[in-house]
Design a protein around this ligand. Sequence first.
Ligand code: HEC
Length: 132
Amino acid sequence: MLPERSGYCKIRVFLFLLLLSGALRGESPSLSSGIYSELQAQRGADLYVVHCAHCHLPSFYTNVDVAWNGMSVLDFYYKVSGSMPADNPRNLSQPEYLNIVAWVLAVNGYPSGNSPMLLSNKLGLVKFKSNK
Ligand code: HEC
């Protein structure tokens, strides 16, 4: 009798943990959930002045949802980090490119959050939509 009962309890604990981990994983990031930090955007603004402003006006970035409709924040990161600045491609560090992406999100009115944006933050799942 007793062994059977404790086995049943273990299954219930297991199912509960499964449910809990599912709930935690289900929390998917979105542009409105604050995926970058204020500090990143501030640093990005400074980097933009030095590395991008001589070719692009800030208004170049303000319709990112239209230009990048259906694409992800990770796609945008790869474009910027892979080919910009056009006169010196791939010359900034990964954190610096992330700062610039954070600044672009800020310029487009997306809120900052408590944690900095990292490449490991499922940015490929965060999509731009022209009809936000
Ligand atoms: C020397 C001039 C120059 C500099 C400096 C420069 N860009 Fe560009 N950028 C271009 C040109 C030209 C294009 C269009 C060709 C292309 O898409 O590769 C472009 C395209 C882009 C695009 C793609 C636009 C789109 O919607 O497809 C993004 C994003 C971008 N630049 C961001 C940046 C950022 C961020 C910086 C600073 C780190 C930067 N650029 C610095 C010249 C420049």
